[in-house]
Ligand binder design. Structure first.
Ligand SMILES: [Zn+2]
Length: 315
């Protein structure tokens, strides 16, 4: 192994960049938070600022790779992100630009898939697992043998756009009744239609007080999340669905409802009951830096993928 064992991971969100540096054993040794700019040039500048901020705290230790988790469609072969609409980016070649500027290999992955890798890193590698992100939108990442299952075109895990309710609300994707329209924070906020900084919390509070519309939206939230869990287990037979994303700040109020929904929906089906869906979900602690950790692991041999032709063995 070379001395260059530190790996940097960056999670590019709509408002902030969360960065982390991991040592050879995968332990965090530095972290940073910076605001995200709007547009391609600002996103690149933010990435480079975060990298130099982290490097300044590494006491001259060499950095082996930089990983970037970013919302959008990833062209893995070219290290490019497409349609990152929340960042004002239509197409951006991240890997090449960051490599040219830093001299360090750079890998790019969709932020939810990176988070899936990060969530898997702290778990036993024996069984396939899924990470379900309940945030403004809804998507999942599937990890098999410690690697992200991207599928043929990178679309594996896009469970948010499986339509489950023919009478449901119209989704941003153009379909009706997608899982995301039921349990996505953005869709719930639009359906609720009232001002407030934390609309999903407001919905749960109002439902607790007996508001009928809020109660219906809370039921949608549980139904949508339960549907996503069911789809992930029935298609990939993942042992565990780890639930993360912005909504897990409300985990204490969500987990019992999602579990109960899974139990109720299994009541008439010995088959579904045998899958023990309610026992397969886990809530990630709020604020866990799994996307940055997963991004840092993109360049490691253990996470080898089409992004990474590196063959040197880690550890
Ligand atoms: Zn949709």
């Amino acid at each position: 192994m070379t001395a260059a064992a530190v790996r940097i991971g960056l999670d590019i969100g709509g408002t902030k960049i969360a960065g982390i540096a991991l040592d050879a054993g995968g332990e965090p040794i530095a972290d940073v938070r910076l605001p995200t700019g709007w547009g391609g040039d600002a996103v690149i500048a933010g990435i480079l600022d975060a990298v130099s901020e982290l490097r300044s705290r590494l006491a001259q230790r060499a950095v082996r790779s930089i990983g970037v988790g970013i919302p959008g469609v990833i062209d893995a072969a070219r290290g490019r992100v497409l349609h990152a609409v929340n960042l004002g980016v239509e197409s951006l070649e991240i890997s090449r630009v960051v490599q040219d500027a830093t001299g360090i290999r750079c890998f790019v992955e969709n932020d939810v898939k990176a988070a899936a890798l990060g969530a898997a890193a702290s778990r036993p590698r024996t069984a396939p697992m899924a990470y379900l992100n309940l945030g403004t939108g809804v998507a999942a990442g599937i990890v098999v043998d410690g690697r992200i299952w991207r599928g043929a075109r990178g679309g594996a895990g896009e469970v948010g756009h499986i339509a489950v309710d023919p009478q449901g609300r119209i989704c941003g994707c153009g379909q009706r009744g997608c899982i995301e329209t039921l349990c996505g924070g953005g869709a719930l906020a639009r359906a609720w239609g009232r001002d407030g900084e934390h609309p999903v919390k407001d919905i749960l509070d109002a439902a607790d007080e007996g508001d009928a519309r809020a109660s219906a939206l809370r039921r949608d939230l549980f139904r949508g999340a339960a549907a996503a869990v069911r789809v992930l287990v029935l298609t990939a037979d993942v042992e565990t669905v780890v639930i993360g994303g912005g909504l897990v700040a409300l985990a204490d109020r969500l987990a019992p409802g999602i579990r109960q929904e899974l139990v109720d929906e299994s009541a008439s089906s010995p088959f579904l009951r045998s899958l023990r869906l309610d026992e397969r979900i886990e809530m990630l602690p709020a604020g866990s830096p799994v996307a940055a950790i997963g991004a840092a692991l993109l360049g490691s041999a253990s996470a080898e993928s089409v992004l990474d032709k590196e063959t040197s063995v880690h550890g």
